[in-house]
Write a new protein. Sequence first.
Length: 390
Amino acid sequence: MPWEETTVMNEKERFVSLHEMNFMTMSELCRRFKISRVSGYKLLNNYKKHGEKALQDLPKAHLDHPLKTPKEVEDDILRFRGLHKTWGAKKIRHLMLDDWEADSVPSVTTVNGILKRHGLVQPRKPRINRIGVINPHFDPANPNDIWSTDFKGKFRMKNHEYCNPLTIADSKSRIVFAVEALERPTTELCIPVFERVFRENGLPLAIHSDNGSPFGCVNSLRRMTHLSAWFMDLGITPVYSDPGCPTQNGRHERMHRDLKSAATRPAGTCLADQQCKFDKFIREFNTIRPHEALDMRRPAQVHVMSTREYHGRIYDWDYKEDLTVRMVSRNGAIRWKTDDWIMITSALNGKFVGMKEVEDGVWELYYRHVLLGYYSEQTRRTYEVETFKL
């Protein structure tokens, strides 16, 4: 049993005094103070060695540790940090290998702990999510109002290489336009697939995706990427689910579940073989399989081709006269007034954006037909459409 915390010092003094009077046996004395005999003998032995100091409530941590970094090594770490105030633990440890044996130099974690213990490491600021949760509702009234796209999770084929399936479907008719077996989920590999689908089916009004690359970037204004900028050049509006909310594109995710069970178990031997499995799935999904959401009709029976044809050309955009036009520089910003810059996104470098003042010092930012966000002269910051209130 532990000592009573309220009067530990007094209780220890009484215990020693009563023991020296020899009025009680050790067992009786320990029972009275509600401690074990081991604790009692330990206190008496410490009292004989150290006197009254043994009665004080000393810290229980070891004064020394066999694995503690030697003082001369710790001093050398602090010396390097003093010479290079912006260097981290990795660089400092690498420099120490020139002067010390490898076994004597502590790990990066230990070096960082020493720097932190001496107050030489500043904690990182928590990452701020620019994207507000708005719970968007995507329920198109007609085919080609909204298409959905995503990368079904990559998987390994029998040749031990990875396949990244790009999927494109119409949100109203559920028809699947493409399931393309790609080596990597990049913009360069995605654009040819979208071009083929656009030529065959026309252009939608909007394309719905999650926030992952290459469709969106949560740290970019309006989550823009090079792929979404290309969509806007074609007159298509990119729309996104809230971060971490795949259920907002539940129709597409449900199709992915059918795709996984029908075309990836077992996986193909190579990309070409896997593409054959995907093509077979598309034919069955679009023309044979009845869909309850379509009153047991097939997607091919419901879908109609878009009236907006794809010609493969991107036309210049003429902003209205009440908009101020600025060109986005290579670093993704536009010059504002004399010496200020407004950060837009590097996905639009070399392109033109429009600005319209809607309140005193508050400007709307447009790229073509799409509202990107707002800029406040007072705070000198840009804001997402969802998070800014006029």
